[in-house]
Design a protein around this ligand. Structure first.
Ligand SMILES: *Cc1c(COP(=O)(O)O)cnc(C)c1O
Length: 396
């Protein structure tokens, strides 16, 4: 067994597992028993990679960013997940899971979404395959993220408002789970990050691992070495980071850095830096590090970037932090905004606000001229233009 692989019971060290209500046990168990055989089957792999190539547009470029390299006096490569169909890495996972749903004989899909990015990626693959799609979204989030609601509807999905609690992601997740409990025979639940009960974290990490698989090949072509000195990724639930780190976990000489959203600052109470602020607990079906009050209530997270605004982190990432294989750090809204503007003006690339968090730590690293740094550019910034325009106007 590889060093950071999930164990028989779905644990990474003390994190992971499958904490699900009795009523969900059969669904999760079916998935646990079958997922590896399905994923490892060559016809599945062929179909998955063909869709990644011809539909998603993979491999995404590994781009040597010359002007930003000059600025930081090092060698910086950007893994361009922003160039995927639908504009981020999330589609890698939904393509994998929609094919899996077909192999499991399911013809309906349910998903939860916060900002709507995972909902759009799910609605996209449902349209692609003709499966019926229901997406739960907090009522408040539906009001805040209208364009994504419209996109999902145009793609043929049914978007159902979650009316309980704070009417955000946590409530949408609860309702999606309830929907799955009530429709176990014909429905597959597509989770959008490396979170949830086993086997979801492992399954999603495997689908996203195509990112580091490509980096290895592409870096060898350009630098004559497969391993960079650094790989840097932002972390919400942890799926783009897990994908960018996956094939480097055993290569101890590669420094892996995960960047969380500090929001307005980690001492302000308006933050989403789970590793910095959280403690062990159970959320969405697995044991991990989560942001909670002393009596175990989930703390409502905050980040300017909707994709990082999550009160937990996947169990693999929690384990990698504890074992000090991945170094965790965090940057504020302001720092991320500045980094986005810098990338736009030095390279002509407008990143997603999430990805801008990964860029923002460049100035804090002690980089050498000969270092090779790979930054996972998880998504593009079109969806964040309103926020960027407001920032630019305030800076003037
Ligand atoms: C959703 C999202 C993230 C955060 O999710 P992870 O599972 O941590 O990768 C990061 N970047 C973009 C562009 C996203 O859409």
């Amino acid at each position: 067994m590889k060093k950071f692989e999930v164990d028989q019971n779905g644990y990474y060290g003390r994190f992971g597992g499958a904490y699900v209500p009795e009523m969900l046990f059969a669904n999760v168990e079916e998935l646990r028993i079958r997922y590896l055989d399905i994923l490892n089957d060559s016809s599945f792999q062929n179909e998955f990679h063909a869709l990644l190539k011809h539909y998603v547009g993979r491999p995404t470029p590994l781009y040597f960013a010359g002007r930003i390299s000059d600025k930081y006096n090092t060698r910086i490569y950007l893994k361009r997940e922003d160039l995927n169909h639908t504009g981020a890495h999330k589609i890698n996972n939904t393509i994998g899971q929609i094919l899996l749903a077909g192999r499991l004989g399911k013809n309906k899909i349910v998903a939860e979404t916060g900002a709507g990015q995972h909902g759009v990626a799910t609605a996209t693959v449902c349209a692609l395959t003709g499966l019926e799609c229901t997406v739960y979204m907090g009522k408040l989030d539906m009001e805040r993220q209208k364009p994504n609601v419209e996109r999902m509807k145009m793609l043929g999905a049914r978007v159902v408002p979650a009316l309980s609690g704070n009417q955000t992601l946590k409530d949408a997740t609860n309702e999606a789970m309830r929907h799955w409990i009530n429709n176990p025979e014909d429905t597959h639940y597509i989770i959008g990050s490396v979170v949830g009960p086993h086997p979801y974290p492992d399954m999603v990490a495997r689908f996203q691992s195509v990112i580091s698989e490509e980096i290895k090949t592409q870096l060898f072509e350009q630098e004559n070495r497969e391993n960079p000195d650094y790989v840097i990724a932002c972390v919400g639930g942890g799926s783009n980071a897990a994908g960018a780190f996956f094939h480097y976990l055993e290569c101890e000489e590669v420094m892996l850095i995960a960047v969380e959203a500090a929001g307005k600052g980690i001492t302000t109470g308006q933050s989403a830096a789970t590793i910095a602020l959280g403690a062990e607990g159970v959320l969405h079906g697995s044991k991990s590090i989560i942001m909670q009050t002393d009596d175990g209530q989930i703390v409502e997270p905050y980040s300017i970037s909707a994709g990082l605004d999550y009160p937990g982190i996947g169990p693999l990432l929690a384990h990698l932090s504890e074992k000090e294989r991945v170094k965790f750090t965090h940057v504020t809204d302001k720092e991320a905004l500045r980094a986005a503007l810098e990338l736009a003006q030095l390279e002509g690339i407008i990143p997603a606000l999430e990805s801008a968090h990964a860029l923002a730590i460049l100035s804090e690293l002690n980089l050498k001229k000969s270092d090779v740094v790979v930054i996972n550019l998880s998504g593009r910034g079109d969806k964040d233009m309103e926020t960027y325009i407001r920032f630019i106007n305030n800076e003037k």
